[in-house]
Design a protein around this ligand. Structure first.
Ligand SMILES: Cc1cc2nc3c(=O)[nH]c(=O)nc-3n(C[C@H](O)[C@H](O)[C@H](O)COP(=O)(O)O)c2cc1C
Length: 170
């Protein structure tokens, strides 16, 4: 798939079939995440992969906007490792770029996915930390449920000129 086609095709998919997702495919998505740009190349990301159905349900129990985790085959929790920071202020941007790469790689691989926020909600971060025994230096940043899609959404359409200024803010 062309990169631009993949970008326009990516949608938040929240319904999944029962089909399992191979470990190799999850690792391919993680490689895409690890290929993201990173300030001073610190690459502060760590990942927790969850394919235990009970645990996916436990996350949904503590995340009102994460109910799709109940039907996901697997989820990637993108985390920031604060001990890997070389500059204090960039780990969120790095983890965001990493997350978007994973979403695009999932789309390209025929998987449905959706960025499910944890950061900056202290309550959600602590709830997920507690569920998985995640230490204090690791911040669970977001969750990406994954599965073969059981819903279809139209691709994104073109260009909104009203959001763009050229050369001067009019
Ligand atoms: C930072 C961020 C946090 C989000 N958190 C959630 C979430 O907790 N639950 C959810 O269902 N969708 C979440 N989304 C997905 C958005 O709802 C979705 O991207 C938006 O409605 C646009 O739809 P699209 O992704 O299909 O283009 C989040 C998206 C972003 C970028």
């Amino acid at each position: 798939m062309e990169a631009i086609e993949c970008i326009m095709k990516r949608r938040s998919i929240r319904k999944y079939t029962d089909k399992a997702v191979d470990k190799e495919l999850v690792e391919k998505l993680l490689s895409a995440g690890m290929a993201a740009p990173s300030a001073v190349n610190e690459q502060p990301w760590k990942f927790l992969v969850v394919d235990d159905k009970e645990k996916l349900n436990r996350i949904a129990d503590v995340h009102v906007h994460g109910q799709m985790l109940r039907s996901a085959a697997v989820a990637i929790i993108v985390c920031g490792d604060l001990d890997l920071r070389k500059r204090p202020d960039y780990w969120v941007q790095d983890c965001s770029a990493c997350t978007q790469n994973i979403l695009l790689a999932a789309t390209d691989s025929g998987l449905g996915s959706v960025w499910t926020a944890l950061y900056p909600s202290e309550e959600r971060i602590e709830a997920v930390r507690k569920l998985f025994g995640i230490p204090k230096n690791i911040v669970p940043f977001c969750i990406i449920p994954l599965g073969y899609p059981n819903e279809e959404k139209p691709k994104k359409e073109g260009y909104d000129g009203s959001r763009v200024e050229w050369n001067e803010w009019k």
